[in-house]
Design a protein around this ligand. Structure first.
Ligand code: NAP
Ligand code: ZN
Ligand code: ZN
Length: 344
């Protein structure tokens, strides 16, 4: 049976408010999940505010979902009622293209269904995300949350965690490598261990320096000091840009060694501007990376469970979402807001 559930949705770019949405009846492959916690990703804010100019209202955002299995379809083998599970940014893909075959469903060349603001291939409706009490998702896109990870802290791993892990893994971060992370927010703070690399955080100010060093950064610099870029000239193998706004990339490219790589994960709506010598002078590369595949996300969750790598969270009631967005915009969150869905 389909189900009416309480949710918190955007009715316009200006605000979110309580709404009711309908979840489809689970089919044989589906897992029905009682959502307990949902993280607030900056992508939720870009979407609610229609900064990517593609938002369908009313819309429930949220793609950092953690909850408990409420029911399973008859073909579901991976999960049972009561299991702790998560859902990230993807709820379906074509499962046939080369990218899906390679376990890189996030780059599916036809039929990627995102957790919100996408067409659901199962019923043709617009997908609605995790700021809600309940969701129905195909078992192939549900993640298992290890027992060692509390559910509230599991939520941000579904997007922030995997978005940092995937490029670090793909570009072979690890001991002996020097990694720079631009922006010490929800994503940035998850990357600070960088698989054992030497890590430098580039933040706008030194206000979070003590915490950055406490979480494992080797070095923390404030970009308000213009000397930072000359001091760090040609230092890094990898730099990950998590910033949600346009920043002067040429300055950061000057900090890459020969053949170094800058990976863009931040998603501002503006164009990236780079002057050609920043690229050709030392054969540096600029790449992008989007979340990670399902198997890779499960691997990251297992690793976080084993090594106790958890996000720093501030748990909030649903009624605080608009205020939380304002605080995210001012970099006034340490480091991820997580909505307690029981307050809905
Ligand atoms: P967040 O918590 O707001 O963190 C972004 C950080 O960027 C801020 O904490 C701030 O760091 C820095 N920043 C913000 N505005 C800045 C400015 N004008 N100049 C310089 N630095 C600035 O956001 P998030 O949730 O981590 O997401 C970051 C971005 O990644 C968003 O655009 C989001 O849509 C995108 N994203 C992409 C993917 C993907 O798969 N590619 C996945 C998730 C999110 P400091 O306070 O340290 O200065
Ligand atoms: Zn996200
Ligand atoms: Zn595909």
């Amino acid at each position: 049976m389909s189900k009416e559930v309480k949710a918190w949705g955007a009715t316009s770019p200006k605000k979110t408010e309580p709404i009711t949405i309908t979840r489809r009846a689970p089919d044989d492959e589906d897992v029905a999940i009682d959502i307990k916690f949902a993280g607030i990703c900056h992508s939720d804010i870009h979407t609610v505010r229609s900064e990517w100019r593609n938002t369908t209202y009313p819309l429930v955002v949220g793609h950092e979902i953690a909850g408990v299995v409420n029911a399973v379809g008859q073909n579901v083998t991976k999960f049972k009622v009561g299991d702790h599970v998560g859902v990230g940014c993807i709820v379906n893909s074509c499962r046939q293209c080369a990218n899906c075959h390679d376990g890189e469903e996030q780059y599916c060349s036809s039929g990627l269904a995102l957790t919100y603001n996408s067409k659901d291939p199962k019923d043709g409706t617009i997908t609605q995300g995790g700021y809600s009490q309940y969701i129905v998702v195909d078992q192939a896109f549900v993640l298992s949350v290890p027992d060692t990870i509390p559910l509230d802290k599991a939520a941000p791993l579904m997007c922030a965690g995997i978005t940092m892990y995937s490029p670090l893994n793909h570009w072979n971060a690890g001991p002996g490598k020097r990694v720079g992370i631009i922006g010490f927010g929800g994503l940035g703070h998850m990357g600070v261990k960088a698989l054992g690399s030497e890590v430098t955080v580039f933040s706008q100010t030194n206000s979070k320096k003590e915490l950055g060093l406490l979480f494992g950064a080797d070095n923390y610099v404030a970009t308000s000091d213009p000397d930072v870029f000359s001091k760090l000239n040609q230092r890094f193998d990898i730099i990950i840009n998590t910033v949600s706004a346009e920043i002067p990339l040429d300055l950061y490219l000057s900090c890459l060694r020969r053949d170094g790589t800058l990976i863009q994960v931040g998603a501002p709506s503006d164009q990236l501007r780079i002057s050609p010598p920043s690229l050709y002078a030392r054969r540096v590369g600029v790449h992008g990376s989007m979340i990670g595949g399902i198997a890779e996300t499960q691997k990251m969750l297992n690793l976080c469970g084993e090594k106790h790598i958890f996000p720093e969270i501030e748990t909030i009631p649903a009624s605080y979402i608009d205020e939380a967005y304002e605080r995210v915009m001012k970099s006034q969150v340490k480091f991820r807001f997580v909505i307690d869905i029981s307050t809905m």
